[in-house]
Design a protein around this ligand. Sequence first.
Ligand code: HEC
Length: 181
Amino acid sequence: MYKRAHLILLVCAPLATGCLHDFNDAAINGEAPPPTDDLDGFPIELDDGGTTTDVCAQNTAKVTDLLERACHVCHNGPGAPNGFGFIMDFNMLKTSRTFNSAYKDVDGLNFRYLTPGHPEHSFIYVRAASYPPTMPPPQPPADISPYYPKTTDLSVLNYWITSCTFPDPLAGTTMDAGTSG
Ligand code: HEC
């Protein structure tokens, strides 16, 4: 009896791995058909109770909340620090450059506040993502209780700049155009 069990194991073991292998290959190659009701994508819940299948719609809503919560109190309107008073105007963010010449793009121009596709060249991201935090400032005025973006906020902001801020109004004049010829 013992011997027989042993034999069965020996015969089946290679078969079993063979079967598993086939199964995994099918999954990896996408041969298994997706469930039919998922073809339009899973609905994503929005904070206002609605749903969307557009990842960027939800992402942009989250970024809007974040900038309103963490930055708007100081970076809104004339008289804002360093003339940067348009945090909620996404088009202005994309077309305006800082006067801070310590941050240069490869095209030799100062950083834009938002460069579609490039968080690491977007001044709002660079300042918000630095650690220890520099934005909001570490010592804010006494009447402001600042919200410091958390790692999850920063990954939402990073995804937004990378994937959801196109079209680029300066396409053709940006460092992308400069580097690709
Ligand atoms: C309590 C007020 C306050 C809040 C809130 C705040 N900032 Fe600032 N920010 C400042 C001040 C003051 C400066 C100028 C001094 C400096 O550069 O550190 C500044 C400068 C900046 C600059 C540089 C502007 C330039 O062109 O020189 C950027 C970019 C910036 N902030 C982004 C942000 C972002 C993004 C947030 C939200 C995550 C934020 N700030 C929240 C006060 C604030």
